[in-house]
Write a protein that binds this ligand. Sequence first.
Ligand code: ACO
Length: 402
Amino acid sequence: AIDISKLRDLTGHITLDFGYKNTGSTKSAITFLDGEEGILKYRGYSIEELAEKSTFLEVSYLLIYGNLPTQTELDNFQTLISRHTLIHEDMKKFFDGYPSKSHPMGQLSALVCSLSAFYPESLVAEQTKEEQELTMIKLLAKMPTIVSWIYKKSLGHPLIYPRNNFDYVTNFLNMTFGQRTEDVTIDPVVVSAMNTLLILHADHEQNCSASTVRMVGSSDCNLFASISAGISALWGPLHGGANQAVIEMLELIKADGGDTEKWINKAKDKNDPFRMMGFGHRVYKNFDPRAKIIKKACDDVLEKLGINDPILSIAKRLEEAALSDPYFIERKLYPNVDFYSGIIYRALGFPTDMFTVLFALGRLPGWIAQWKEMHENKEPIGRPRQIYTGHTNRKYVDVNGR
Ligand code: ACO
């Protein structure tokens, strides 16, 4: 391990790298990504194998603690989480306060930050390892409850309390789609699809939101506030918000008669601000491996649920046209994780504005792992430099003379 405190302070030498295209911000042992080859691994395990064989809870454990859990470790993890799934009753007042049409990402960010008010032990800068771990467990446990309740409130439906005899994903789906009087039977196809989607979103090394979580956490800010900042970073349509933007785009193309060629041309036109949402990636210059898995899952889920969604065929036609178009080939623009995920969320019954919230639910263990690693590495406060381009000396003129 490197001793960060011994790294030389190169004061006076500034690297200017807009968007940090070539600047590493940390050393990390969590996620490996090879964008040229299209490889993604969590803690050394391929994303393909984890998506096929694991559950989201196992992957959460893997990301946070570094190894896949034994059966006993997994049982203990599940039990510990199920003890903390409730949120403070007073927090329900927040849900009542939001207009029913307010965007769920704004609510999620605010509610996660507000957890710090209800669980003040999270504010102690010098938390013991046990206290820190309990805060992480609380957040993992309460996030599905918060997400489900945001959704229920948006519908004006009664809130469904957590059922601790259910596994993590089934409990989430029951709170989201269940009724007060009885549990709905959650289709195993839906549980499995949800597990796959959450696993595929669970971490992605130093992206905009993970870097935000590390940056905010580097000031010794508590976990809830750091992750709330990550949620805000994820909201943007160039990051996690793309999954909502993709469906809106596909709907627009459908309403416009489904002429995919016209929209491909729009995306290529430099005088047109339109971008092909769900295409391109800062790091992947090859197929996003998550997009491959999601595309297949999309076909499977729609078939098993007997859903025929016309926007799926529009998406496939767009992909096909883009993959043989010189503009997309030269710029190495391939479908990313967001291109097909929204079609599955839609098939499972989620409204479009919940898509990015579901991304956040999946990304949570990754953010927690990044925050934890940053603390364990004892990384210094993040503080980039700048090249000043403003005025040098200006003479102050009184307001009457300006
Ligand atoms: N549609 C059309 N052209 C595109 C697209 C697109 N989706 N993405 C990139 N390009 C073009 C750019 O116009 C640029 O062309 P130029 O060289 O002629 O100027 C070139 O490809 C390089 O693009 P940059 O914007 O420089 O690439 P950057 O790495 O900064 O951006 C990003 C990556 C933000 C993902 C971009 O590809 C994009 O906006 N995609 C659409 C939004 C999206 O799907 N975001 C989700 C990303 S995955 C995630 O965060 C979970």
